[in-house]
Design a binder for this molecule. Sequence first.
Ligand code: RIB
Ligand code: CA
Length: 313
Amino acid sequence: MTPRKIIIDTDPGQDDAVAILLALASPAEIAVLGITAVAGNVPLPLTEKNTRIVCELAGRPDVKVFAGCDAPLSRPLVTAEHVHGKTGLDGPQMADPTMPLQDQHAVDFIIQTLREEPAGTVTLVPVGPLTNIATAFQRAPDIIPRVQEIVLMGGAYFEVGNITPAAEFNIYVDPEAAKIVFDAGVPLVVMPLDVTHKALTTKTRIDAFRAMGTKVGDMVAAWTDFFERFDMEKYGSEGAPLHDPCTIAYLIQPQLFSGRQINVEIETSSELTLGMTVADWWGITDRPKNALFIGDLDAEGFYALLAERLARL
Ligand code: RIB
Ligand code: CA
């Protein structure tokens, strides 16, 4: 089986970090062509720095990391330090990265890669606001039909919003970008809060990371310890949802997940429901079924995969 070529677009964020580690720990299934940072959980200077920290933690200073858009298409940036901490990777102490940041802008890298790789062979995996992806589509519409698939973390329907009562953070930060991506006609797999809120950390699951006795295991345990406090307080849950790794786990073991091919539209005009993913789960409209909207996962299988792969690093 040839590994799936992907570009991860990210705003680390502890859960983004685990997604990047899972991808880099799975070379048989995934070939990471590059990682593009976007402003989101924290501002761009931190998301690009955090991306390089994670690549070095994985022992992969060779990975090409690019800085992208530092603000949404047409709105001021909203960040989430209240969830991820001031650095975006709060929890453990971390040294500054020494690996280089690429000079090329992330959007130019996305465009160039999609033009140079054979059509239909590159998957985009955005796990932050969709500003970089939308900007690439706007600047170079010719790349849109060349994208194999977009597997993204974002949105919510039955689980409703986490940054407003109606909207999930990644979509809310740049709803105009999300609309461009959801309307582009590229095959779309959406990992909304409906499924990520079933991928909860637990003490046993975090202890399994710590029991690895590796730097990666210790860092992931410390990140999830920090990251879960916000969700546990807000939802009264036993643990926190590991949102972003669901995208990578889907690429490795899609059978862990289930969902429906439905229409999903993005609210961009109502201030009250701005950024809502309006998911036609019951097929009430005849709008195009543009997204595989994932609603469930085998959480035990997901964490078993995560533990097995992270232990390799
Ligand atoms: O709403 C969850 C999403 O917002 C995740 O991608 C998390 O990293 C934050 O970016
Ligand atoms: Ca993220």
